[in-house]
Design a protein around this ligand. Structure first.
Ligand code: FAD
Length: 389
């Protein structure tokens, strides 16, 4: 789609980012998929090119660009066909760093945000716990005040970049008696005593490390708290809007990649003496998929535009993730079918795409939880307000 949201500068950025990925990322993807993590040097290369600072303030080394540069960053990362590499990069930039930028003090921004933009430090965001990920207010990890410090105990699971990151942005209960109002957020250095991380084996996203993390009497200075005590839940919910549109954009981009590949394959593969792309049964399938993807794209771009203008888009962001990840799963399932037996082979892109795509309706708020949010907003007229400007 030749969208009006993209200027010539955006298109030039897309071309140069594609070149960068071709040179610095694509040749190593299979190696990282095998190893289960992305080389730290690659984060540094992204940092040197400014890719981690696209929407970050210039004061800390960022470029302060509009969110359509972020859209391009996300779309092109999906098109290298490794959900794991993409996740390692966007979890650092848009999960961990968002909290540092929005809630961090000057001290935190200097110590963690600036080196994150440079790619010198890598972060992760730790919310989900073994006792449940959907019930964010029900987390059990605690931070108890002790003089100028807090002492953290508990555990987190399924944390992207959780094994190899340099710092951890961690949601805790500073008042375990309270649900939403008892939550706060801290940034912890990896080397703080009492933090252990175990790598988890998983279906897809193989190039990103995913950890179960234990906190055993971790002493963290009070100045490492992000924002105000007791406001953690609000901060997390507020940033879910961006995270969910990001997952929507990722989904439409990966579906588009799958469909483009399938269309090309249908032009090359012949059965019964005819190209696959001459059979009406398959042509109509392609027409349906192309229409669904185009609608997701238009919707996701419109929401990014609203976010860019500072509009708080809880309902629309939830709808974006719900529908785009559902459509991506269906498109990729159908595209695999269009390749017949080759679709099932690792030498072709569909097998990895299918595995990676399945995370879409789970991570960052499951489809069931998104339906809960949307139904409360459209049936009960519930509305949500941001906790900060
Ligand atoms: C590869 C991967 C990477 C991840 N990365 C991160 C990360 O970086 N940071 C982080 O904090 N988390 C991360 N997550 C965790 C992810 O956000 C959670 O898995 C997700 O929120 C669901 O939580 P859960 O797995 O505990 O499922 P549960 O909350 O136990 O839910 C189980 C099932 O029940 C359904 N369900 C639960 N409650 C309801 C309800 N009220 N009504 C209807 N259905 C319901 C859910 O939709 C789901 O289908 C990651 C997960 C994976 C798999």
């Amino acid at each position: 789609m030749n969208s009006s949201y993209f200027t010539e500068e955006h298109q030039a950025f897309r071309a140069s980012f594609k070149d960068f990925l071709k040179k610095e990322v694509e040749p190593y993807v299979n190696k990282w998929e095998e190893a289960g993590f992305v080389d730290k040097d690659t984060f540094k290369k992204f940092g040197e090119m400014g890719y981690f600072g696209l929407n970050q303030p210039e004061a800390y080394g960022g470029l302060n660009l509009d969110l359509f540069y972020t859209v391009i960053f996300l779309e092109e990362l999906q098109k290298i066909n490794s959900g794991g590499v993409a996740a390692a990069m966007w979890a650092h930039t848009y999960l961990a760093m968002t909290h540092l930028e929005k809630e961090g003090s000057e001290y935190i921004k200097e110590k963690y945000l600036a080196p994150s933009i440079e790619g010198e430090k890598v972060g992760c965001l730790c919310i989900s716990e073994p006792f449940g990920g959907s019930d964010v207010a029900g987390i059990r990890t605690t931070a108890k005040k002790d003089g100028d410090n807090y002492i953290i105990n508990g555990s987190k699971t399924f944390i992207t970049n959780g094994v190899y990151s340099d710092y951890l942005v961690v949601a805790v209960k500073t008042n375990p008696e309270e649900a939403h109002k008892g939550m706060s957020i801290f940034v912890l250095d990896r080397e703080m005593e009492g933090i252990t991380a175990t790598d988890l084996k998983k279906l897809g996203w193989k190039a990103s490390d995913t950890a179960e993390i234990a906190f055993d009497n971790v002493i963290v200075p009070s100045k490492n708290m992000l924002g105000e005590e007791g406001k953690g839940f609000g901060y997390i919910m507020q940033h879910f809007a961006l995270e969910r549109v990001i997952m929507g954009v990722n989904a439409h981009a990966r579906a588009e990649y799958a469909l483009d590949y399938a269309i090309q394959y249908m032009d090359e593969r012949k059965t019964f003496g005819n190209k696959l792309n001459t059979y009406q049964a398959l042509r109509h399938k392609v027409a349906d998929m192309a229409s669904e993807i185009e609608m997701c794209k238009a919707f996701n771009y419109a929401i990014m535009d609203s976010l860019n203008k500072g509009v708080y888009v809880v309902k629309e962001a939830s709808m974006s993730k719900l529908m785009s990840t559902k459509i991506a799963d269906e498109v990729i399932y159908n595209c695999l079918q269009l390749l017949g037996g080759y679709g099932y082979m690792e030498d072709y892109p569909m097998a990895r795409l299918l595995r990676d795509s399945r995370l879409g309706p789970i991570g960052g708020g499951t489809s069931e939880i998104l339906r809960e949010i949307i139904s409360k907003m459209v049936i009960d007229n519930k509305s949500y307000k941001p906790v900060t400007d």
